[in-house]
Write a protein that binds this ligand. Structure first.
Ligand code: CMC
Length: 427
């Protein structure tokens, strides 16, 4: 591989350094492009632009590889648990027993959410979408935890990490309790993180609550699979907002809003709604494949396609297998699963989908498991957000520790050139 890339512009030759990543990804370093040539790059949707160097996640979309800090997603989902993976993603190494215990203890210091937050939650209508409520509550946490805004030392950073891990889980489950009209639950510091998620969500004051290990393991695995995914839309948002030195809660609140969109994390809800629509419409998968292929029809096959995975999404494979296991263990016979399998089977042999490298993504099967676990459709993207939290934190931390400059892209102006103001009567 040559060490530089040559650009010829207006008869002049410029050389730009080549940067090669630890997995041999090649990038042309254009940091000095504008200073040297006066020109900028134009790359809508950032399809060809690396916004940072990162040590957190390696993703090879052609080969379907996803690794957190060098560990494959298959390895981690088979052998680890969500809290351990969170530590790995955020701090870079698998924790020792002591480090993990300390991390859990330190998170527990911050699991009580200010009671005044309940007043804010009360202000939302019961039918408000949980993602909108979650984004607002996360932002509101800034007001109650102003120290998380100014992170100046390693200790500040560690405290901010633990606070976010503790409080976000609680408010995320509160968004669900609100839709149900249930009393809000408190974190129990004698229990584990995922156990607490389940209690916070489902435990009622009227009856004892037993945690089903099948459900707990499935949720743990799903959180691991969602934990980190390099520079996707919501993570880039978190880094971008944080690059202005906005606090961690404010940055994550923006990430929640970005995740909500149906082209991103909101797709898991959209997939299930689509499958239900197909079922209610007679279960004709072919009809919906045709709609997805019709350029005059805005319908897209939700849960299909990915900006970076052009072969298969490794998370989708694991989730599909987990969906089969969970449904079998829980004795659930969901006709929606049959429709999903039929759609996948037909799409994978269809020229339209093959030629565009459109495969099932992480969201295609996750909703089916959530449904089997009794999680309502509107909460699916909140589940994604809880899982993605360590990834957002890790990326925000990396950006701040590396002292990255404020993110401020340029543009190519294509509007009117200079013109004079016209009085109202002359328009
Ligand atoms: N159904 C039908 N056609 C599709 C689909 C789809 N789901 N996805 C892409 N295409 C077509 C698209 O119309 C285009 O066709 P043509 O070349 O003829 O114009 C071609 O495939 C390339 O699509 P694109 O929109 O340019 O690709 P992108 O990389 O900008 O978008 C995507 C990626 C994920 C936004 C898109 O595939 C999509 O909208 N999928 C459905 C939503 C979804 O499942 N999102 C979850 C993504 S994974 C989890 C996450 O990121 O949170």
């Amino acid at each position: 591989m040559s060490k530089t890339a040559i650009l010829e512009l207006d008869g002049k030759r410029y050389e730009f350094p080549i940067f090669v990543g630890s997995e041999n990804e090649v990038a042309i370093d254009v940091e000095k492009l504008r200073a040297l040539t006066g020109a900028i790059t134009l790359d809508p949707g950032f399809k060809n632009s690396g916004s940072c160097k990162s040590e957190i996640t390696y993703l090879d979309g052609e080969e379907g590889i996803l690794r957190y800090r060098g560990y494959s997603i298959e390895d981690l989902s088979a052998n680890s648990n969500f809290l351990e993976v969170s530590y790995l993603v955020i701090f870079g190494e698998l924790p020792t027993a002591k480090q993990l215990k300390d991390f859990e203890t330190d998170i527990r210091k911050y699991t009580l959410v200010n009671e005044e937050m309940k007043g804010i939650l009360d202000g939302f209508p019961k039918h408000a979408h949980p993602m909108g409520v979650l984004s607002s509550l996360t932002s509101a946490l800034t007001a109650f935890n102003p120290k998380v805004v100014n992170v100046e030392s390693e200790k500040d950073m560690y405290d901010a990490v633990c606070k976010t891990m503790g409080k976000f889980l609680v408010i995320a489950t509160w968004t669900y309790r609100k839709t149900k009209g249930y009393p809000l639950n408190y974190y129990d510091n004698t229990k584990g993180y995922v156990d607490n998620f389940m209690r916070l969500m489902f435990e009622l004051p009227t009856e004892p609550y037993e945690i089903d290990p099948v459900i707990k393991n499935a949720i743990d695995k799903l959180f691991i699979l969602h934990a980190e995914h390099e520079q996707n839309c919501s993570t880039s948002t978190v880094r971008m907002v944080g690059s202005s030195h906005a606090g961690l809660f404010a940055s994550i609140s923006a990430g929640v809003s970005a995740l909500w969109g149906p082209l991103h994390g909101g797709a898991n809800q959209a997939v299930l709604e689509m499958l239900e629509e197909i079922q209610n419409d007679g279960g004709d998968a072919e009809k919906y494949l045709d709609k997805a292929k019709d350029k005059n029809d805005p319908f897209r096959l939700m849960g299909f396609g990915h900006r970076v995975y052009k072969n298969f999404d490794p998370r989708a494979r694991i989730i599909k297998k987990a969906a089969d296991e969970v449904l079998a263990k829980l004795g659930v016979d969901d006709p929606i699963l049959a429709i999903a399998k039929k759609l996948e089977e037909r799409a994978l042999e269809d020229e339209y989908f093959k030629s565009r490298s459109l495969y099932p993504n992480v969201d295609f099967y996750s909703g089916i498991i959530y449904r089997a676990l009794g999680i309502p459709t509107e909460m699916f993207t909140v589940m994604f957000a809880i899982g993605r939290l360590p990834g957002w934190i890790a990326q925000w931390k990396e950006m701040r520790v590396n002292k990255e400059p404020i993110a401020r892209p340029r543009q190519v102006y294509v509007g009117e050139t200079l013109r004079s103001y016209k009085k109202m009567d002359d328009r």
